[in-house]
Design a protein around this ligand. Structure first.
Ligand code: CP3
Length: 333
């Protein structure tokens, strides 16, 4: 049984597997080396050899329990034909969304456009090093993708006042997103992904009165879909106001928590396996603090199935030695 399956399928509390969100990325000199020569981020994600290599860099270097495929949640709008660019010190910038255009996209066009992602999953998952490790596929949650596709960039703290104004446009876009997310998930699984994580990075932007329509219903559809394919699914509804309620409604195989929630409250109220929580900024302090803070999570979840991870992605300014020390702390615990 692979390390994450012990938690996700067997509810084992004796071992804490570790992988880290954004483990393949800018804090690693070997990634920056490749990135320097490949200024177009989307093209890098679509380069099977390089994206496989980048995926495995942290796994080889730190002996992590899982590889997460080097791709991006915005490959979905890209696959639908919306322009997606990544601009230095700005982040993602998307083109105008034309419902007329994305309405015409069919499954074959979509899969062809992002096929290298699936080939990379196949390549990574068949590497010998992955034999006893998980290969994690992922998608953005429908709500978070809707935000990017309509807002055309990362939102700040709040949505624009007129975000929900054109209800027809929003509803139609959401249903196209849901349809293609299923296709995207199925292709990742068919090519070797054995866990799926759903990132709802902007769940925290919504008022609770909107949760049902934009978070619960579409996420539940996806979670049930992944479960129907017999693959475990982890949800990360970042900064959602009520993790307990989310878990009771959605019933994912594990819940990934952000660093603003109190892990003591989570362990008391949530029955399913938990992942993550530690503030990525702790990796910018010193070894003593890192050990203390990481041990806090391990102590709290001592008798609860727990996958070690951070409460959001590892920061680009992180020292790889601190990352290594974190992995050692978790493995020695
Ligand atoms: O190692 C991994 O975790 C796998 C790869 C991965 C990336 N993006 C690569 C990436 C994953 C799982 C993601 C998910 C993702 N992408 C999310 C959800 C998680 C989260 O952070 O909340 C979101 C919201 C995105 C959209 C996105 N992609 C943003 C906002 C940015 C720019 C911000 C930034 O960190 O620069 C990206 C770019 C991106 N995706 C990078 C990487 C390694 C940085 C690209 C670079 O080298 O410039």
């Amino acid at each position: 049984m692979k390390p994450l399956d012990k938690i996700l399928i067997s509810n084992d509390t004796s071992y804490n597997p570790i992988w880290i969100m954004r483990q393949a990325g800018r804090y690693l000199p070997e990634f920056r080396e490749i990135r320097k020569k490949n200024p177009n981020f989307i093209n890098l994600c679509l380069n099977v050899n390089l994206s496989s290599e980048i995926t495995l860099q942290p796994v080889q270097r730190f002996d992590l329990d899982a590889a997460i495929i080097f791709s991006d949640i915005l490959m979905l709008p890209y696959g639908l034909g919306q322009e997606v660019k990544f601009i230095k010190n700005f982040g993602p910038k998307l083109g105008k969304l034309s419902l007329n255009d994305i309405d015409k996209i069919n499954e074959i066009d979509f899969v062809q456009k992002i096929e290298p992602v699936y080939k990379a999953i196949k390549k990574v998952s068949s590497e010998p090093i992955q034999k006893n490790k998980n290969t994690i596929g992922f998608v953005g949650a429908p709500w978070t993708l809707l935000v990017y596709m309509i807002n055309q960039k990362s939102p700040k703290k709040n949505l624009k006042k007129n975000f929900f104004k054109n209800e027809f446009y929003i509803n139609r876009t959401l249903s196209i997103i849901e349809k293609f997310l299923k296709i995207h998930i199925k292709n990742q699984i068919d090519n070797g992904a054995n866990v799926i994580q759903i990132f709802d990075s902007w769940a925290g932007l919504l008022d609770e009165r909107h949760y049902s329509k934009y978070i619960y219903t579409p996420t539940q559809n996806l979670v049930n879909y992944v479960k129907s394919l017999n693959i475990p699914v982890i949800c990360f509804p970042r900064e959602i106001k009520n993790y307990k309620k989310f878990c009771e409604i959605i019933k994912p195989d594990a819940i990934s928590i952000d660093y603003n929630v109190d892990p003591k409250e989570i362990v008391k109220t949530i029955k399913i396996p938990v992942q993550g929580g530690l503030d990525p900024k702790i990796l910018l302090t010193d070894k003593e603090t890192l050990k203390k803070e990481a041990s806090k999570y391990l102590d709290i979840f001592k008798d609860h199935p727990y996958i070690f991870n951070l409460g959001h992605g590892v920061l680009p300014e992180t020292d790889p030695n601190m990352f290594e020390y974190l992995v050692k702390t978790v493995k020695d615990y």
